[in-house]
Design a binder for this molecule. Structure first.
Ligand code: OAD
Length: 257
């Protein structure tokens, strides 16, 4: 699929109405050989997990620098862990929604499909997605700060806070904090996908956190069509061929119908 020089068609999404832009985006997805999807907190919002920046957003209630930086963890690992333990307990009580399930079902049809997520909640896995590039890590993973061993720990509440590795070292959440690099192999795969796809679908992200926010521009500059699904306008809107304003749980099942 070639580069589109037409201006973006920003379609207000009308529930129950098969808008022209939704039809066009659906047909682009059906005809594409290689598709990538980038998701953000918005896709999990309808599962009951607050986003970061919207009304009721996590970073409107808590200060990121006290909870999601290596410095905060070095200062007070127990405090940081209590917050992550609380978030794990919230996530454990909810489940994937129709948006997550539509993506998992689409992957299962086969074909060249890459799912990239900034979410650490694991809801794509629970919906049945098999190959998820978790560019910001995974809240269900713990990593030793001494020996580097990673382990999966899925209990909603940890028995020991902060937890320790069998080597005795302090463990940290297996997520990416502000000021940290992304996991290099996962990020490499995400960038490679963005350079080689026909369509990038960007779902429920404010697209303000870099470097992930740059993936839409990377894909566009390599000739991909960009389709956005979001309740609001974002920096991706200006490069999107189709910007569908609606909720992920409503729009994705229609796009992949
Ligand atoms: P944000 O909270 O910044 O943005 C959520 C986006 O989802 C907004 O653009 C909303 O308009 C949109 N949205 C909300 N509900 C929606 C729905 N039901 N359907 C569709 N869209 C909806 O979350 P992210 O962009 O994911 O990083 O944030 C990026 C990163 O910032 C996160 O991965 C996290 C955070 O700090 C780390 O933890 C490293």
């Amino acid at each position: 699929m070639g580069k589109s020089s037409e201006p973006a068609r920003h379609a207000p999404y009308n529930k129950g109405l098969d808008s022209t832009a939704t039809c066009a985006a659906r047909s682009a997805l059906q005809n594409a050989s290689r598709i990538a999807v980038l998701t953000g907190a918005g896709i999990s919002a309808e599962s009951g997990i607050p986003t970061f920046r919207g009304p009721g957003g996590i970073w409107r209630t808590y200060r990121a620098e006290n909870l999601a930086t290596p410095e905060a963890f070095a200062r007070n690992p127990k405090f940081v862990w209590e917050w992550y333990d609380y978030r794990r307990s919230v996530i454990a009580t909810v489940g994937p929604n129709a948006g997550h399930r539509a993506l998992a079902a689409f992957e299962q049809r086969g074909g060249d499909f890459t799912l990239i997520t900034q979410n650490v909640d694991g809801l794509h896995d629970r919906a049945g997605s098999r190959n998820v590039l978790k560019v910001h890590g995974d809240i269900w993973s713990l990593r030793c700060t001494i020996c580097g061993r990673e382990r999966e720990e899925k209990s909603a509440r940890l028995t020991e806070l902060p937890p320790h590795c069998r080597c005795g070292g302090l463990e940290r959440p297996g997520v990416v904090w502000f000021g940290e690099a992304l996991p290099s192999s996962v990020w490499e795969l995400a960038q490679r996908a963005a350079r080689h796809i026909d369509v990038l679908l960007v779902v429920g992200t404010s697209a303000v956190v870099h470097p992930v926010a740059g993936l839409a521009h990377l894909a566009k500059s390599h000739g991909a069509m960009v389709v956005e699904v979001n309740l609001a306008e974002t920096p991706v809107t200006s490069v999107a061929d189709y910007s569908l304003r609606g909720s992920a749980a409503e729009v994705l099942p229609e796009l992949f119908a």
